[in-house]
Design a protein around this ligand. Sequence first.
Ligand SMILES: Nc1ncnc2c1ncn2[C@@H]1O[C@H](COP(=O)(O)OP(=O)(O)OP(=O)(O)O)[C@@H](O)[C@H]1O
Ligand SMILES: [Mg+2]
Length: 263
Amino acid sequence: MARQPISITEFFSTELPFVTEFRRLLQKISEIKSEEAIKTILITSAMLSEGKSTITSFLSLVASKQKHMKTLIVDADLRRPTIHKYFALKKERGLVEVLEDGLIVQEAIKHTSVDTLDVLTAGRSTAHPAETFDPDAIERLLNDFKFYYDLILVDCAPVLPVSDPMLIAGKLDAVLLVVKAGQTRKDVARRAVEILDTVDTRLIGTVINNMTNSLPYHYNSGYYGYTYTPDKSEKKAEDRRKKNRAPASSAPPSKKDRHIRNS
Ligand SMILES: Nc1ncnc2c1ncn2[C@@H]1O[C@H](COP(=O)(O)OP(=O)(O)OP(=O)(O)O)[C@@H](O)[C@H]1O
Ligand SMILES: [Mg+2]
């Protein structure tokens, strides 16, 4: 018998250790000075498989479950859509049907088991994603969504291989670039930032994914958490390490310091 797919909402808990990082990320976003609150955020990366859909999903869960924000995920990655898998939803009757067939959004938007979290899946597969991907139509949709949602996260294709994210990046309030620690090369990440900077986008930060598995322990804020109770010798060593280390900044990211950590 085939196993039923399980939604990420079933095993997500606000007690998971990395949730703090997502909460911090939302806090940083809310602190960014802007004329209007940042509501629509494009999540992209330089290359494939850096964790865009994973980060989008967890960020949406923390926003909706813990911050009680009415949240919508839009799967705008028409080339490699996966959000429906994370939430165990049907892919069809989603963004493609809205853009190509004029399906009304109320019929396309799917509810999840979290009251405050909805998903617009990518929709049926399309042979010509570049033609279906209509930036102006997507902008109109997003503007309508702003009326109903506090936060709209748009999961999109990566910047270097295709132009999709660049076509809509300037139409959203902000862009987050996901970088996978231990995988994304520095020059590749830099190139993605350069490309994003060529259009009128608001790149508000870089989310470093997979830090715990790839970077030294002191990058992991969980290490400093209050669940950790070191013995005296460890405590002394920790104090020495902390003394030699600049304190973690809680200020909103500036153009120069646009790194928001995640695990
Ligand atoms: N921090 C992490 N720890 C462990 N596995 C991870 C982590 N982040 C992502 N993954 C895994 O890596 C794979 C790719 O992640 P994901 O689908 O989120 O990337 P993506 O950037 O959306 O990929 P694509 O470019 O195909 O859209 C998935 O199997 C996901 O479960
Ligand atoms: Mg993806």
